[in-house]
Design a protein. Structure first.
Length: 333
């Protein structure tokens, strides 16, 4: 990745095309996200220098424009402030990278050490970070975090889904970067879901208050309280707030499934996600049948037995697909 574009992105001087290029590059691999994290730390530590940095504009012009244009084009006029700000950002990043100034605000001249924890399909894990924050990582997820939190913020990077119980520290906010979004808290508990390749990033709050925003549009942040959720959509590039109506959003963590007069059309997607299987109703009338029950650490076969007892629904397993059959239920049920 061209660090000139990275500098412009961090300084808020990049174009829409460059912004998309940067965010796609970050999401492409953990290595890219790790590299961007180093750029971001470097930039934040040098933020004060950016205000007073006086770039060599002639050198910047010579570097950015092709050599054949240097001899014929003049430097931009003072009115082109946005362009000059971008060049200043590029030069500052170049100076910092060349000097190797990866340092902590507290004065430790050392590069931040990052740790990465990932889970495979069907696997979940619990982590405790050095600040006391507890993280439950769902299956096929990845969390990247510093070995030790330093500076003015605690920042981690998530791909997939995790539930956070953040240790409260009003002097050092906790930030979770998920795709192009940032979740910011001081101390609370909430769920973040944003798998690579999916169409959204979702945050659901259990306790406390959570700020959720697109990384490059912090002024559009929404504040969420317990029982609320927000979904960021890449198509509209906006955040939608709502009340959380899904009682099973933490079933992956708690092992508890709750259904209250729920039609089978709503139950099957929950079971598919929870157990990692495909489910299909042979008879469409089955989707009108309703289920009520609470299942604690239950196996799928046990839940399907309840289906058979309550609605006469049978099932057959074919590879990783469960095919349900029966006479079904009327639409009024």
């Amino acid at each position: 990745m061209n660090y000139e574009i990275v500098a412009a992105y961090l300084a808020g001087e990049c174009t829409e095309t460059e912004r998309q290029e940067i965010e796609q590059w970050i999401a492409a691999s953990p290595e890219n996200a790790n590299e961007f994290g180093r750029y971001q730390v470097l930039w934040k530590r040098s933020r004060g220098n950016y205000e007073s940095f006086e770039p060599d504009m002639k050198r910047a012009w010579d570097r950015i424009r092709p050599a054949e244009e240097v001899a014929t084009r003049r430097l931009p006029q003072p009115g082109a402030w946005r362009w000059l700000s971008r060049v200043a950002a590029v030069l500052l990043m170049g100076v910092l990278l060349a000097g190797g100034l990866y340092f902590y605000r507290k004065g430790a001249d050392a590069q931040m050490v990052w740790v990465e924890q990932s889970t495979s399909e069907g696997q979940k894990t619990r982590l405790q970070l050095t600040d006391g924050t507890v993280v439950w990582l769902n299956a096929t997820s990845r969390l990247r975090f510093p070995k030790t939190f330093t500076g003015t913020t605690r920042e981690v990077y998530l791909e997939g889904e995790a539930f956070f119980e953040v240790a409260r520290d009003t002097t050092q906010p906790f930030l979770i970067h998920t795709g192009p979004t940032v979740t910011r808290v001081l101390g609370t508990s909430f769920d973040v879901r944003g798998y690579p390749g999916t169409d959204s990033v979702e945050v659901t709050v259990v306790e406390g208050k959570v700020s959720f925003a697109q990384r490059d549009q912090q002024e559009g942040a929404v504040l969420l309280t317990p029982g609320e959720k927000a979904v960021w959509s890449p198509k509209e590039r906006q955040i939608t707030e709502s009340t959380n109506s899904n009682p099973n959003f933490l079933a992956w963590k708690t092992g508890r499934l709750l259904f209250r007069d729920a039609p089978l059309r709503e139950v099957l997607p929950v079971l598919e996600q929870h157990f990692g299987v495909d489910m299909r109703a042979q008879n469409p009338a089955l989707l009108h049948c309703r289920l009520t029950g609470t299942f604690e650490q239950a196996r799928l076969e046990q839940i399907l037995e309840v289906f058979a007892y309550g609605s006469g629904i049978t099932h057959e397993k074919k590879n990783n697909t469960y095919v349900l059959d029966g006479k079904g239920c009327p639409t009024s049920q």
